[in-house]
Ligand binder design. Structure first.
Ligand SMILES: NC(=O)c1ccc[n+]([C@@H]2O[C@H](COP(=O)([O-])OP(=O)(O)OC[C@H]3O[C@@H](n4cnc5c(N)ncnc54)[C@H](OP(=O)(O)O)[C@@H]3O)[C@@H](O)[C@H]2O)c1
Length: 301
């Protein structure tokens, strides 16, 4: 039986962040590949949305004692967990820094053969963007602790955010405006989260991926006006660029630093290894369609 067939008697993969947006897509891709999944879920978090076949282990990246049992006997650890998105009161970059270090220490102790980190494109070139730099620090710590790893570094997600931000995006597009993150001539890489999840599920056991930091992107980067034009083309009506939001607060400062970094033109994926390992690089049009369907502006496939 091939290793990815359902029912194969293999060790589970520990997934951290399975209840998140991307995390849910990763979970589905892992299960579709016939992987057994053990999910580390924070105490008190409702798990009714997780498939019954998933083994739930309660724990928290900031509670290192909870990570020993979770990492025991797994074939890989996959983490997309972040505190940066502040889903719970008190969440912060501590999760991205200290939390990831705790998980790496636990993986080392349990001799986990592979650690797949959901990182960020060009994080090592962005010391002024705290949530980018936290990923660079996690990559460095994996190397320092000699934990075998794969770091996947996607560009900006073409996703439909939940809650008020998603609503704002939807209303903006309905009124013919989309947020542009760079001006004419400066491009950034975008990618659909479904494509990221597909790559993660392949990276858990592809021997060619081990030890690599792999950029993930679409077929071409876009400037703000090009992004708006693409959204307009996919929707079949004109869409123009609105400027990126401004404002204070710790997370906003981090966001503003990210927008500033985007202006350097360094947030561009080299998709050569992605293509070699994970197959044809997706078209950015497909990601735009996925985002617009998620926002309810196009019928779902
Ligand atoms: N958005 C982008 O454009 C972009 C670009 C490049 C890379 N990325 C990366 O892609 C990933 C996005 O993942 P996502 O969409 O699934 O994020 P998300 O929706 O914000 O979910 C975060 C997940 O982390 C879990 N978590 C938070 N703190 C934790 C802790 N202390 N211990 C254990 N679990 C904890 C959350 O659990 P609860 O359910 O309990 O809250 C949730 O499952 C991140 O790694 C991000 O850095 C994003």
């Amino acid at each position: 039986m091939p290793p990815s067939s359902p029912g194969h008697d293999e060790k589970p993969i520990l997934q951290v962040g399975a209840t998140g947006l991307l995390g849910g897509l990763i979970l589905n891709q892992l299960l579709a590949r016939g992987k057994k999944v053990r999910a580390l879920v924070r105490p008190g978090r409702d798990t009714a949305g997780l498939p019954k076949s998933v083994e739930v282990v309660r724990g928290d990246l900031l509670d290192s004692d909870s990570l020993g049992k979770a990492t025991e006997g797994v074939s890989a650890v996959v983490t997309s967990a972040i505190g940066y998105s502040q889903r719970k009161e008190g969440d912060s970059l501590r999760t991205d820094r200290e939390g990831n270090r705790n998980l790496i220490d636990a993986a080392k102790h349990a001799k986990v053969p592979r650690f797949v980190l959901l990182s960020i494109l060009a994080c090592d070139q962005a010391p002024d963007v705290p949530h980018f730099w936290a990923k660079k620090e996690a990559e460095d710590y994996l190397a320092k602790q000699a934990v075998p790893f794969v770091s996947l570094r996607p560009g900006a997600f073409l996703y439909a955010p939940p809650g008020p931000f998603g609503q704002m995006m939807r209303q903006g597009i309905e009124h013919g405006q989309v947020m542009g993150m760079t001006p004419e001539g400066i491009r950034i890489t975008f990618i659909a989260p479904s494509e990221v999840a597909r790559a993660v599920a392949l990276a858990v056991d592809d021997p060619r991926a081990l030890g690599k930091k792999i950029d993930l992107g679409s077929d071409r980067p876009l400037s703000g006006p090009e992004f708006a034009a693409l959204i307009g083309k996919v929707l079949g009506r004109p869409v123009t660029v609105a400027s990126a939001p401004a404002g204070g607060g710790p997370r906003n400062d981090d966001l503003i630093a990210m927008f500033r970094f985007f202006q350097t033109g360094k947030y561009i994926a080299n998709t050569r290894v992605q293509a070699e390992l994970f197959g044809p690089v997706p078209k950015v049009e497909d990601g735009a369609r996925e985002m617009l369907s998620g926002l309810g502006l196009l019928p779902s496939k």
